[in-house]
Design a protein around this ligand. Sequence first.
Ligand SMILES: NC(=O)C1=CN([C@@H]2O[C@H](COP(=O)(O)OP(=O)(O)OC[C@H]3O[C@@H](n4cnc5c(N)ncnc54)[C@H](O)[C@@H]3O)[C@@H](O)[C@H]2O)C=CC1
Ligand SMILES: NCC(=O)COP(=O)(O)O
Length: 330
Amino acid sequence: MSLRLAVTAGEPAGIGPDLCVQIAQAKLSTDLVVITDPAVLADRADSLGLPLTLHTFGDAGAQSGNGHLTVFPVPVNAAVSPGVLNKENGAFVIETLRIAAEGCVDGRWDGIVTAPVHKGVINESGVLFSGHTEYFRDYCGVEEVVMMLATEDLRVALVTTHLPLKDVADACTGDRIQRVSRILNNDLQQFFGVPAPHILVAGLNPHAGEDGHLGREEIDTIIPALNALREEGLNLTGPLPADTLFTPKYLDNADAALAMYHDQGLPVLKFHGFGRAANITLGLPIVRTSVDHGTALDLAGTGKADSGSLHTAIQVATQMATNRRKEITQ
Ligand SMILES: NC(=O)C1=CN([C@@H]2O[C@H](COP(=O)(O)OP(=O)(O)OC[C@H]3O[C@@H](n4cnc5c(N)ncnc54)[C@H](O)[C@@H]3O)[C@@H](O)[C@H]2O)C=CC1
Ligand SMILES: NCC(=O)COP(=O)(O)O
């Protein structure tokens, strides 16, 4: 049976609908079902001047690719104008995520690929929301998940995700570093065919603390956590100063880098491969990938949005879902 992925089109005023219309133009090897309001897609196809035939999920002959798109319809709450946020649609966006997760759990599809949402407007709509990563973690009832962004030749995972910088040091506990490292190690084996992952771990402070003179988190927390993980058999190098970790000397012999926080790891990844990377949630019982960028409100409806990252996210989700299926049938 061929794989089917759900694609949430994300914030309706952002570039998510544009990207869905754009990928529908290609010949697709994975069956896609886009979860959104079909009228938003039709309007966006008109703005972009691209052909689009819409089908409803479950209908005979429903297909995606070559100018067709299968849609699981969810109505928006308020009319959509490209580039203009409307908090009335916050609940709609969350409902598309809920349907995507529900369909994964009940087997309607094999994984989820998410187009970008706008965290600010969702919170303004009255829904507390940090990101998809945390949403799917809570939906699936797991304690820990890991955000990893990956291009073809660089993988960067994070110990902490969406929280204010002032809270990062306290959040990098030994327990969390251990849980995140185990998930990263396990999922690199399970989904990405890396039999014995070598993981580079960044310190938190400049120069990885300079022997305690620039911060004690390395000595008090990170080194003991890494030593305990080494006892379990994980192949870890670090804590390394983050400013030199991302150089070929280290990266050439590693399978992934583990950064302590969002803006320690992601600027490097995006400088290296923005538009070609996927954002992957590890540690979930379902497959979920996403694009490496946000809603780009400035580009919605203009035809200037690059769909490269959505293509990558679909490819990676297909690979992960294939490996998960193999595991289940073994
Ligand atoms: N997966 C997700 O749902 C993500 C959502 N976001 C959300 O997106 C919103 C906007 O975030 P920003 O920091 O402004 O980042 P952004 O990624 O939306 O935009 C940053 C810059 O990159 C450009 N850009 C982004 N995607 C592009 C594409 N596909 N093709 C060409 N250019 C592109 C934009 O035009 C802008 O100049 C925020 O609410 C943020 O939380 C951000 C990252 C991921
Ligand atoms: N910087 C990554 C990002 O904001 C996407 O997060 P998520 O919505 O995938 O959790």
